[in-house]
Design a protein around this ligand. Structure first.
Ligand code: ATP
Length: 417
């Protein structure tokens, strides 16, 4: 549809970047980046008019998002028999971009953009292997455009920047270089590695949000541990924060959260989006041996609310003796303060058998123990609502937990006192 519409409008249109790279590597994806040599918004509007869906233009950058989820069936139906795919495999939306070049007013700034040719659009990209384009419109369909040596580097399995200021323009590319290198089993080309070495200090100018975004992408990769080890080896984790590092010791626990489904018996709340990735990040930030969790968390701009309960989780991990002479209610008092995901992360790391058993008792039994009495009961008894409700209810709960109360009658009796 995009190709046909571009042809009607006499616009050259290309599919670029990761899609072309992956296609040539024999790992086709449906991750489309479409570049128009001309006005992408105009093209998107015509597509919307002819085929439906919805477009969201972004005039400042000359880009448009075309949401195709409502018309997937129709679009999939247009494919030839040989190329048939399940409509659900089509992406939610396509990004259409006007070919542009970018200027950086100062290193690490967000770029100023200007319309350009496809050649210059490809030149603003990170690595040669990401600079190839396949043209889609008219009789040019299928032509490969490779201005910057992408095919050669793909064949030689090399990650190479396009120019010597690449990491100065955008230091996040250092993290991306490692990600592509490890993902494809390539190697970072010698000069590029030198430039990374020189550019490493610039990482300190990056915002926490951008760093967090890149780390999240790494944590979603299959070869995440090789990537972390390589980042460590190149000094890139320490460039983010001096105490930030990778330690193979946490690998089994981290692997567990990333690869295994969350255990149903823990009854995690339904809506904890991306929990595995968030837990994996928490391992790096807070639960590595000897980190300065707080400093790293601030550098990555992790929400301050997380700080407290992860700090508690860490204290728990460090003090195996914590619960040695504790009653059940004393344990519950401490663990109730720690969010369930943090407790899960700690549980997977704990080696001390006794502590592990205590955590299991809390998770499977104690946290569900509550008295029959509620606030309404107390109200009905004529006790005026106030902070003492909390205290009374806690005392009753503690009595159940510690075995001082074993029946509703006994609870009643205690309540009367
Ligand atoms: P992935 O397979 O991880 O999605 P991708 O190559 O598709 O990899 P995206 O992050 O989706 O990567 O970016 C799309 C394209 O935009 C890349 O192929 C690259 O050409 C370009 N790009 C992305 N981030 C940068 C950056 N920081 N600097 C320069 N070019 C970038």
């Amino acid at each position: 549809a995009v190709a046909a519409e571009a042809r009607r409008l006499h616009q050259a249109v290309y599919i670029v970047g990761g899609f072309v790279r992956d296609l040539l590597l024999g790992r086709p994806s449906l991750d489309f980046d479409i570049v128009v040599e001309g006005d992408a918004i105009h093209l998107a509007r015509s597509l919307e008019k002819r085929y439906g869906g919805r477009i969201l233009p972004h005039t400042r950058f000359g880009t448009a998002k075309w949401t195709i989820s409502p018309i997937r069936e129709k679009l999939a139906g247009m494919l030839s028999e040989k190329n048939k795919i399940d409509p659900q495999e089509l992406p939610e939306a396509l990004d259409l971009i006007s070919a542009r070049r970018e200027f950086y007013d100062y290193p690490t700034a967000l770029p100023t953009v200007e319309r350009s040719s496809i050649k210059l659009d490809l030149h603003r990209r990170d690595f040669t292997i990401n600079t190839m384009a396949v043209r889609l419109d008219g009789h040019h369909f299928g032509d490969l455009y490779d201005y910057w040596g992408g095919l050669r580097d793909l064949e030689q399995k090399v990650v190479r920047v396009l120019h010597s200021l690449s990491f100065v323009d955008d230091p996040t590319r250092q993290l991306r270089a490692v990600r592509f290198e490890q993902r494809f089993d390539f190697h970072i080309e010698h000069r590029t590695l030198q430039l990374m070495d020189e550019g490493r200090p610039l990482i300190r100018h990056l915002s926490g949000d951008r760093l967090r975004h890149e780390l999240n992408l790494i944590l979603q990769e299959e070869k995440v541990f090789a990537m972390l080890a390589r980042l460590q080896e190149l000094g890139l984790l320490a460039a983010i924060h001096p105490a930030f590092g990778w330690d193979e010791g946490i690998r089994p626990a981290m692997q567990h959260v990333l690869r295994e489904p969350l255990p149903e018996s823990w009854e995690f709340p339904e809506k904890v989006a991306n929990l595995p990735i968030r837990l994996a990040l928490a391992y790096l930030v807070w639960l590595l041996p000897n980190p300065e969790g707080k400093g790293i968390a601030e550098r990555l701009r992790l929400p301050a609310t997380l700080q407290e309960h992860w700090q508690d989780a860490r204290t728990l991990l460090e003090n195996h003796q914590t619960f040695q002479d504790f009653s059940a209610s004393q344990v519950v008092k401490v663990l109730d303060e720690i969010a369930l995901p943090a407790l899960y992360a700690v549980y997977l790391l704990v080696e001390n058998k006794q502590l592990k058993e205590v955590l299991e008792r809390y998770i499977y039994r104690w946290r569900f123990v509550y008295p029959q009495t509620t606030g309404d009961t107390l109200k009905a008894m004529g006790i005026p609502p106030g902070p003492e409700y909390r205290e009374i209810l806690w005392q009753l709960r503690a009595a159940w937990l510690d075995g001082r109360v074993n029946s509703v009658e006994e609870e009643q009796a205690l309540l009367q006192c």
